[in-house]
Design a protein around this ligand. Structure first.
Ligand code: FMN
Length: 352
């Protein structure tokens, strides 16, 4: 099986397996306060990931490229979506273009369509410093995402089987690059132990890529003869992973994994994330409803985030980090067992 064919299969199987709706957001509730002191007109969606300034707290997370015309068209549409709505966009892993220069155009289209936009390059943790520099240069990226995907590789019939040295390579890349480096999971979540190790490097953000949305074990199992079903239910739900990563790291946390709508976005930001990535739900909208309708949907999400922030009395994204949250059910249980003190979220006070 060629790499290009695999890229196309990933899109088809991601659409077929869908979003699992197990990220934990149903266990997060806001505490209503009747005396909001905010006006819709003053609400500012400006956000930051470390030193990077963004006009929206949401971005399209890494998906594709490297699968010929099929992936080029999707990246072209995603980049127009990003340009028209002012959101950042991550491309999928660029290793295929580094190995086969014929695939470069499936990524370069993103910068051509959106010369002023914020774009993230993407490579796996097997990458060298030279490959990281080349990936950034290929699309004049504003940051590089390095993905961690042990479960996907193990489930992938032709995947990697040796994961030694990833942290050291991440450290070397983030020391050498002139743009910020983010480390992301791909749907299995980041634990507090992993976040702690990553926080000792010079990376600029951790994207938790939690369990509950797109599931790469299920996707790769579609491509196998002998199913490794035990990985289908493996991973840290996104809501828990935001708390896990946030507790042991000073590094900014990005929320992603199964995030589908404005309420989940605002919950993720309130749990402590500085930004929110969405992949599968954007892909689904693009394929089912087309580019124009997806642009409308993202604009509506921005409007709805403003409504929710107004109800919570938050004028700025950072203000959400202090609103009280009630965490219950499975999320509460997990946090208690991991010493993450859900009461700290329930009893915190808004500064304003
Ligand atoms: C079709 C598809 C391809 C993906 N390819 C990549 C990739 O190349 N690199 C990467 O870091 N993540 C990749 N991802 C993972 C997403 O960036 C994200 O971490 C994961 O899908 C969970 O988020 P979601 O539930 O919003 O989809 C891909 C996701 C999809 C749906």
């Amino acid at each position: 099986m060629t790499r290009a064919k695999r890229k196309r299969d990933h899109i088809d199987y991601a659409l077929a397996t869908g979003q699992q709706e197990l990220a934990g957001f149903e266990d997060v509730k806001f505490v209503h306060q009747s005396l909001s002191n905010s006006a819709l007109i003053d609400i500012d969606l400006q956000s930051r990931i470390g030193e990077l300034s963004l006009s929206s707290p949401i971005f399209v997370n890494a998906m594709t490229g490297g699968g010929g015309g099929y992936t080029s068209k999707i990246n072209s549409d995603l980049s127009i979506l990003a340009r028209e709505t002012g959101i950042a966009l991550a491309v999928g892993s660029q290793m295929s273009a580094l190995k086969d220069s014929g695939e470069r155009k499936t990524y370069e289209i993103v910068r051509r369509n959106n010369p002023e936009g914020i774009i993230f390059a993407n490579l796996g943790s097997e990458a060298t410093v030279q490959q990281a520099n080349d990936a950034v240069e290929m699309i004049e990226a504003d940051a590089l995402q390095i993905h961690l995907n042990v479960i996907q590789e193990l489930t992938m019939p032709e995947g990697d089987r040796d994961f030694r040295g990833a942290l050291e390579r991440i450290e070397k890349i983030s020391d050498a690059l002139s743009v910020p480096v983010f480390v992301k999971e791909t749907g299995f979540g980041i634990s507090k132990e992993t976040a702690y190790s990553l926080s000792k490097t010079s990376i600029s953000a951790i994207d938790v890529g939690g369990f509950g949305g797109t599931n790469f074990s299920r996707i790769e199992n579609q491509r196998r003869q002998r199913i490794l079903g035990f990985f289908d239910d493996w991973g840290i739900p996104t809501v828990v992973s935001i708390a896990e990563a946030g507790v042991s790291s000073e590094v900014p946390i990005i929320a992603s994994g199964g995030i589908r709508n404005s309420l989940e976005i605002v919950k993720a930001l309130s749990l402590g994330a500085c930004s929110v990535g969405m992949a599968g739900s954007v892909l689904r909208s693009m394929i089912d409803k087309g580019l124009d309708e997806t642009i409308n949907e993202v604009n509506e999400i921005h409007t709805d985030i403003r409504y929710l922030m107004c109800a919570l009395g938050c004028d700025k994204i950072e203000d959400l980090h202090d609103v009280p949250l009630i965490l219950s059910g499975r999320v509460h249980h997990w946090m208690k067992l991991r010493g993450l003190e859900p009461e700290n979220f329930s009893n915190r006070q808004k500064k304003k």
